[in-house]
Design a protein around this ligand. Structure first.
Ligand SMILES: [Fe+2]
Length: 211
């Protein structure tokens, strides 16, 4: 089967929304739908795609402000996010699934692995699917997420960046914002991302650099 990853740049903060589709079965899941639900819906319609579920890397408003549109449209649809981020966003109970570290979900006969990466928010998660890593606001190209926001935690972010650095070299990195490009790899970030490098060898300097 053919998997397609559509990366859509939307909104005043240059968010990346991802629509991952199974071109054979014509279904898809969406990561962090925000800003322009009509445009996202148009993409689904034009490509005859059924939205199977929504995943959230975290629940900051710029990553979720189109979720309710899709949940209202399809009452069977579910949104998955980490419980630790529930203090910022509530969806109808019957449409909410909390997910935890190491949870595995199935899509197109492949696995989506949930990696809990707290720091930017307590419930931040990355998703590994078919060698692609969707990193939300945890890891950006040559940067990482802010830790000056409510319930951010720099020490946790250090641990999360170390965790991500251990993934295979060629793992493709798809960040949650268009900062410094569209995609990267774990090998490139391990070598060139100053924040990941500091997280790996000097937590103190990392924390000072983030102030
Ligand atoms: Fe964020």
């Amino acid at each position: 089967m053919a998997i397609k990853i559509e990366q859509i740049k939307i909104g005043p903060l240059d968010n990346f929304i991802y629509i991952v589709s199974d071109e054979t079965e014509k279904n898809c899941f969406m990561i962090d739908p925000a800003w322009d639900p009509a445009l996202l819906d148009k993409y689904l319609n034009e490509n005859s795609l059924k939205l199977s579920f929504i995943l959230l890397t975290h629940t900051h408003p710029d990553h979720i402000n189109a979720v309710d549109y899709f949940l209202k449209k399809d009452k069977e649809l579910k949104v998955y996010f980490h419980k630790e981020d529930a203090f910022m966003y509530k969806a109808p109970k019957e449409q909410t699934e909390f997910m935890e570290d190491k949870r595995e979900m199935e899509f197109a006969d492949k696995r989506i692995s949930v990696i809990h990466t707290p720091g930017h928010t307590p419930g931040s998660c990355c998703f590994l699917f078919d060698g692609n890593l969707f990193t939300g606001d945890t890891l950006f190209i040559s940067a990482c997420g802010r830790i000056d926001l409510p319930r951010s935690d720099g020490k946790e972010l250090v641990k999360s960046l170390v965790k991500l650095s251990k993934l295979p070299d060629k793992t493709k990195v798809y960040p949650g914002h268009s900062y410094n490009g569209r995609s990267s790899s774990i090998a490139i970030e391990r070598e060139h991302n100053l924040y990941m490098k500091l997280a790996l060898k000097d937590e103190e300097t990392f924390l000072r650099a983030m102030r």
